[in-house]
Write a protein that binds this ligand. Sequence first.
Ligand SMILES: CC(C)(COP(=O)(O)OP(=O)(O)OC[C@H]1O[C@@H](n2cnc3c(N)ncnc32)[C@H](O)[C@@H]1OP(=O)(O)O)[C@@H](O)C(=O)NCCC(=O)NCCS
Length: 384
Amino acid sequence: MRETWVVGAATNRYGKMAETGREAATRVALEALDVSGIDPKRIGYTFVSNAFGVAERQAHLGPLINTALGLPDVPSATIESACSSSSAGLHEAFVHVAGGFLDAALVVGVEKLSHLDTLAATSYFAMGADSAFETRNGATFPGLYATLAHAHRQKYGTTSEQLGAVAVKNHANGAKNPHAHFQKEISLETYLRSPVIASPLRLYDCCPFSDGAAAVVVAAREMVGAPSAEPLVIRASARSGSVAEMQDRPDLTGLPATRTAASAAFRQAGVGPEKIDFTEVHDCFTIAEVMALEDLGFYPKGRAAAAGAAGETSLQGKLPVNPSGGLKAKGHPVSATGAGQVVEIFEQFNRRAGARQVPKTEWALAHNVGATGGSCSVHIFSHR
Ligand SMILES: CC(C)(COP(=O)(O)OP(=O)(O)OC[C@H]1O[C@@H](n2cnc3c(N)ncnc32)[C@H](O)[C@@H]1OP(=O)(O)O)[C@@H](O)C(=O)NCCC(=O)NCCS
């Protein structure tokens, strides 16, 4: 395998976009190419993720983006894996570049749903669950993750205050991120006073519906020359699936796909969780961050919530988690989320994260989940 780098990365501000998904995707792609300093003509493939393009009546974004970039002949494909779509795109780019099939590839994720109301957006999102057994029986993602939260609470005694600590931390980080959907701190009291959405999850346990776009440029080390920014060396790119339907899983206190992808990723990278300096994990709901930290091996089962409440996962803590603000505060534009996590790691590695800069940035991990864990990506990055 060839050593493969992320050489450019860019995102817009998540939240409500005035422009179309197509325009936003093109703009962040241009910015990522600009940051990379590599000749756009070296791009051999564009992997686009846009799960809900139908909501804008626009599918098949790849050729439109490539044409706007002046690369109409470059092939493209849309990679859909629910909320883990663009990390799946990154995995495809990695496999092609590391395997020698491409010298460089572009990964773009974009979503725009803010023109829909909450009911319509919830119905769109629910298409990522099992329509036969879950959605048709009224399950939505807040409801499904509430079920996971109940199971975790029942087995490990996870409290509302501990889940609230995740929300308070991620809002504090988001308040320092100019790209975040929510740039406001909240207190634990605000969290505890917020309405219940799906018991035990409250408003501030949930990620919002966000528009957003993010792009990364992936290239083989030997074709980069002198990089114009500090690249991320991709030490591991692992994907896993698991039984999609929650009712068929023997245990609901974690996500099996995270455990499988993590063990494959750590094996590829040749390091263990103790090597990771900071991480961006998939906190679509606060309980998801707690489960991720346990399933990734950072904490034994049942210990992550208390460690977070004790400050271990804050910017200055033992393991900074979601310095970007995470899905909770930075936002969750589904198909942009995985690429957006990599943008944050790129900014951190280049020490351009301002007030949310974490102290140590030698190794980082990105964890991105599709739906309730039918799919999952884990990427591990280090410096050169
Ligand atoms: C939690 C949720 C139901 C709230 O929707 P809602 O009640 O219709 O909220 P509204 O859009 O009317 O917004 C009301 C206020 O709450 C804020 N808000 C909305 N969602 C929020 C969230 N998740 N966290 C914090 N604040 C939120 C809005 O900014 C708005 O604030 P304002 O009054 O100061 O402008 C919705 O955000 C949700 O379903 N989130 C989960 C999305 C999801 O399932 N994603 C997939 C994950 S796998």
